[in-house]
Design a protein around this ligand. Structure first.
Ligand code: HEC
Ligand code: HEC
Ligand code: HEC
Ligand code: HEC
Length: 489
């Protein structure tokens, strides 16, 4: 860093000297024509392309200098874009996310200023670009407050970082001209989910009432999306795809996938899926201590010999199909004789919460999960249960009328990233007794359907309820999953 600063300082000195030389030259215009022509100033800067890309946005955040308070002096030369203050200092506000200014995406709409782009400036020399940025070319176009190091990176970005987005994005439909969304999903899952979540909604860039997610930016402003994915986001750890060696095609693939992500706030519907996960190991969902003793109600039966925390899972007494002893838990090692909760869906939220909190039966007390969780749980019972008989034939355990080909598509787009092509990437069992997606689908289709709908407690597995899948999707997916291998590869 220091070396770079010195280099810039030195080169600026050279510019200064040369400028003096030039003015002297200008004074002696009558000098003999034989004299050698004056070399253009050879300014050399060095800097980081990705730093420069981030500076193109809110450069004060990257350079660590005070943010501008007044309007940019050139702002007054236009009156169509009515923003004010620091926004008027962002390069992108005048020159566009696509670097084309008024010739590009900012050629109309609320961002229109009629200012030119910077795309054609990529061929300029270091000295020419520095001249534009430090105000020596046009006094009002002065960004030298960002400091020499930042100016160096800004120049580097302008020379090496610009791309012609017209070659990649259809400006009318705002979609990539060519893209492989499946590949995009792979890249997204490996690179973006950690921060933005599987569906791009873990971080809200907007407000509560007007949320903006990855999907929102991808659909609304693919140019901004491309710029930020390439250069990273100022002031955050978001990686820059330029540094990861992604091609522009990779960026377009992620854009195509991101355009399929939801843009609506996850509303009541995700309370339902959370309730579904609470129905399983609720302590993993809420983060409270797991129970150690048997549930007091457990003593009312002797047929199911499990003990400890398992006796607190709703599913252990009420079944994966919500039918209790009327369903598959009517026999076998899980048999308790306890009733289901399916018909409780007709009760009021208050009545169900009263049941879960021990107000009806003091032994049936799950208040350790907390008030909010009990309400979510009750919401699932009222709104989230399905009649599993519409999905699975209880006699054979085979789904009713599924389309395996459609199921394979769903599996490829939604499950492969974590469970692998054939569902054996995660082993839920042990080395000696492995359990894969195929195993659960065949041995316990009710558990399969419940978990696919609600998601798996304590994991990032998506919820089909939140994805808006209907019953037929579940039937199709189950049909395909029952054909997956059950042996270790
Ligand atoms: C307030 C609006 C505004 C802002 C903010 C702004 N510029 Fe400019 N910029 C202009 C205008 C106007 C021109 C002159 C265009 C012309 O007439 O050729 C210009 C010219 C340029 C040029 C020369 C382009 C060419 O092809 O001759 C470069 C390079 C440039 N700006 C880079 C930047 C960078 C980098 C930033 C951010 C640090 C920035 N500008 C911020 C308005 C702005
Ligand atoms: C290390 C965490 C992290 C990773 C990984 C990450 N991001 Fe981000 N991203 C952020 C943060 C933090 C923000 C800024 C949020 C804010 O400004 O409110 C952000 C902002 C964004 C924005 C701009 C939102 C806006 O309006 O300013 C987009 C688009 C985006 N990310 C997409 C992606 C994509 C696509 C990937 C994967 C290629 C990715 N991010 C990877 C943390 C990350
Ligand atoms: C140890 C076994 C057991 C566990 C675990 C269990 N229940 Fe129950 N549940 C029962 C029994 C037995 C009844 C009926 C008798 C009673 O009310 O105590 C019942 C009744 C209910 C009812 C009323 C059903 C109706 O039709 O009126 C609801 C609702 C309910 N349980 C929800 C849950 C929820 C939600 C969980 C998980 C947080 C859960 N139960 C965990 C044994 C259990
Ligand atoms: C983000 C990663 C991820 C995705 C995507 C994902 N899962 Fe999972 N899934 C997991 C994890 C982690 C587990 C828990 C493994 C464990 O408990 O050992 C799991 C558990 C399961 C289980 C239950 C295993 C058990 O016995 O508890 C099933 C069945 C399952 N997944 C099926 C699917 C299906 C079908 C899809 C696609 C619709 C899917 N998963 C998508 C990560 C994922």
């Amino acid at each position: 860093m220091k070396g770079k600063t010195i280099l810039i300082a030195l080169t600026m000195l050279v510019v200064g000297l040369l400028a003096t030389a030039c003015s002297q030259q200008a004074d002696s215009t009558l000098a003999p024509a034989t004299e050698a022509p004056v070399e253009p100033p050879k300014v050399k800067v060095s800097g980081s392309v990705t730093d420069g890309g981030q500076l193109y946005d809110k450069w004060w955040k990257v350079a660590g200098v005070d943010e501008p308070a007044e309007d940019h002096p050139l702002w007054a030369t236009q009156d169509t874009n009515t923003r004010s203050g620091k926004d008027t200092w962002r390069c992108k506000e005048c020159h566009g996310w696509d670097y084309m200014g008024a010739e590009g995406a900012y050629g109309s709409g609320s961002h229109f200023t009629d200012f030119a782009g910077v795309f054609d400036a990529s061929g300029m020399s270091d000295g020419e670009l520095l001249g534009w940025l430090d105000g020596s070319t046009t006094g009002d176009h002065d960004f030298s407050v960002m400091g020499e190091e930042a100016l160096g990176s800004m120049v580097t970005f302008l020379q090496d970082g610009l791309v012609d987005l017209r070659e990649y994005i259809d400006y009318d439909t705002k979609t990539p001209l060519e893209a492989d969304a499946n590949h995009g999903q792979e890249l997204y899952d490996n690179t973006c989910t950690a921060c933005h979540g599987l569906d791009g909604r873990s971080i809200n860039f907007g407000g509560d009432d007007d949320p903006e997610y990855v999907g929102t930016i991808a659909i609304g402003n693919p140019w901004e999306f491309a710029h930020k994915v390439r250069a990273g986001q100022p002031g955050t750890d978001m990686p820059a795809s330029i540094d990861s060696g992604w091609s522009m095609q990779d960026v377009m693939d992620v854009l195509a996938f991101s355009q399929s992500l939801p843009v609506e706030a996850p509303g009541a519907v995700s309370v339902v899926s959370r309730g579904g996960r609470l129905y399983d190991k609720w302590w993993k969902v809420t983060g409270v201590d797991e129970p150690t003793e048997d549930n007091p109600v457990w003593a009312r039966q002797t047929t199911n010999t499990r003990s400890g925390k398992d006796t607190w899972r709703c599913k252990e007494c009420h079944g994966w199909d919500y039918m209790g002893a009327l369903g598959p838990y009517g026999s076998g090692s899980h048999f308790t004789g306890f009733p289901g909760v399916f018909f409780a869906q007709d009760k009021s939220l208050e009545d169900i919460v009263a049941q879960i909190s021990g107000n009806v039966d003091p032994d049936h007390n799950f208040s350790a999960m907390g008030e909010a969780a009990m309400t979510d749980m009750a919401t699932f019972i009222r709104e989230g249960q399905i009649d599993m008989r519409d999905v699975v034939d209880y006699g054979s355990g085979i789904p009713v009328g599924g389309d395996g080909a459609n199921g394979e598509e769903l599996f490829t787009s939604t499950c492969v990233a974590c469970h692998g092509e054939d569902g054996t990437m995660i082993n839920f069992g042990s080395d000696d007794d492995p359990e894969f997606v195929g195993t659960i689908a065949i041995d316990n289709p009710w558990e399969f359907v419940h978990k696919v709908r609600a998601g798996q407690p304590g994991s990032r597995m998506p919820s089909a309820i939140d994805l808006g899948w209907d019953l037929q999707y579940l039937i199709d997916l189950l049909t395909f999953a029952q054909d997956l291998p059950v042996e270790a590869p």
